[in-house]
Design a protein around this ligand. Structure first.
Ligand SMILES: *[C@@H]1O[C@H](CO)[C@@H](O)[C@H](O)[C@H]1NC(C)=O
Ligand SMILES: *[C@@H]1O[C@H](CO)[C@@H](O)[C@H](O)[C@H]1NC(C)=O
Length: 399
């Protein structure tokens, strides 16, 4: 035992030494471990924050480049489209025969324009060219007062008449009215065949042998692209884009509208949403409309004499791509082009058929809608068709 003790004592003393050394070693180790752990912790923490920073940085760079990309592409959306090198060309060639003012003085072309304003502008430009080809004096055209729009405006209400006459004085003689002495003489009514070329109108000059006045009851003769000489095409462009200037009240009203729209945020889309009653009735497109709305359109089509096609299968019409975009489709289209939801959209068209429900589909994607006048909201469809939501969220430009 003693021995053991002794030895144990001895052992004890050596053990004690060993133990105390161990203890200090342990202490050191512990310190090291704690230090290590701490440094690991610091490291992990640091790394994490570094990682986070890196992540944040890359994320912000990503979002920055994303927003830059978005900005660039949105910026591009507002740029003028690439012109493919095309430019306005209304200057005359040396070959162009300037009309001496005496020419055509005793032959007159009277015209009744037809259709909406756009169609009438194109038709009037064509008639300027026809009068030039046929050596006729053009009488200021009558406007269509019987179309869907029921607009009683005369030519001079809509266009600057004097500007029209003087701009084209080297091309065609234009007078405000048929001379009094010619009013009662027999005149020939001539529906010019649409899409005719130069030869046709030269042939038509044979009519001058028997008549002094040709009356054209429809102006949409669609002169475009029939191998007309370039100078005649240029004349059509001059008539359309230079001679047919809006009258002063329309010009100033237009400027006012643009100024008010620009005052919101500078850029806006003027959307001619042709989802109007006459267009839907004419094309027979009833997709998404109620049965009673479809029926109303069918009756309108049936009762409009000059709309030749009476029976239309709406499904086939839509499949063929012959239908105007619904407000929802227009919204999806603009969205796909990249316009952000904040884009200001001015509805340039008339009453949207189907009222609220359809306009709200556009509004849910583009809430910043602007309408022309109160009349649109309280329009011909009656107040009830437009909800209070629409009335309070849309802005009226002219109220
Ligand atoms: C129009 O008048 C010009 C000049 O007199 C003449 O050369 C031209 O043949 C006439 N055009 C027609 C279609 O009669
Ligand atoms: C319209 O056309 C579609 C597709 O061709 C057809 O399924 C449908 O029966 C047609 N409707 C009528 C009323 O003829």
């Amino acid at each position: 035992m003693v021995k053991y003790r002794g030895s144990s004592l001895m052992r004890t003393s050596s053990t004690t030494k060993f133990l105390s050394r161990m203890k200090s070693l342990k202490k050191i180790a512990l310190h090291v471990v704690v230090l290590l752990a701490f440094s690991i912790l610091v490291f992990v923490f640091k790394t994490q924050s570094i990682l986070e920073e890196v992540l944040l940085l890359s994320r912000s760079q990503e979002s920055e480049s994303e927003s830059q990309h978005l900005q660039a592409s949105v910026g591009k959306l507002w740029d003028a489209p690439f012109s493919n090198g095309l430019h306005p060309c209304i200057k005359l060639s040396a070959k162009y025969e300037v009309m001496p003012s005496a020419l055509g003085s005793n032959r007159f072309l009277t015209v009744r324009s037809n259709g909406g304003l756009n169609q009438m502008r194109a038709g009037i430009s064509d008639m300027v060219a026809v009068a030039h080809i046929m050596n006729a004096t053009l009488v200021i055209p009558q406007m269509d007062k019987r179309s869907f729009w029921q607009d009683s405006s005369t030519f001079s209400d809509i266009f600057d008449e004097l500007h029209f006459i003087t701009t084209l004085q080297g091309d065609v003689r234009i007078v405000k009215e048929l001379p009094k002495d010619l009013e009662s003489i027999p005149r020939v009514r001539k529906h010019f065949t649409s899409w005719s070329g130069m030869g046709y109108y030269k042939e038509m000059t044979q009519l001058w042998k028997d008549y002094q006045v040709i009356h054209v009851p429809k102006s949409d003769s669609r002169l475009a692209n029939n191998d007309l000489p370039p100078d005649i095409q240029r004349l059509r462009c001059r008539a359309m884009y230079h001679a047919l200037r809006f009258s002063a009240p329309i010009e100033s009203l237009g400027k006012k509208l643009v100024e008010r729209l620009r005052s919101h945020r500078g850029r806006y889309i003027a959307l001619h949403l042709r989802y109007e009653k006459d267009m839907l009735a004419f094309t027979g497109c009833t997709y998404g409309l109620t049965d009673s709305e479809s029926e109303e359109l069918r009756i309108m089509r049936k009762n409009t004499n000059h709309w030749k096609v009476k029976q239309i299968n709406s499904t086939e019409q839509r499949r063929g791509g012959f239908c105007p975009l619904t407000p929802k489709e227009a919204a999806i289209f603009l969205q796909a082009l990249g316009y952000p939801p904040s884009t200001l959209i001015y509805i340039a068209a008339g009453d949207i058929y189907g009222g609220d429900a359809h306009l709200l589909e556009l509004m849910s994607r583009f809430p910043n809608l602007v309408l022309k006048v109160d009349q649109f909201v309280y329009g011909s469809m009656g107040v009830s068709k437009y909800s209070n939501v629409l009335k309070s969220t849309t802005r009226c430009l002219l109220s």
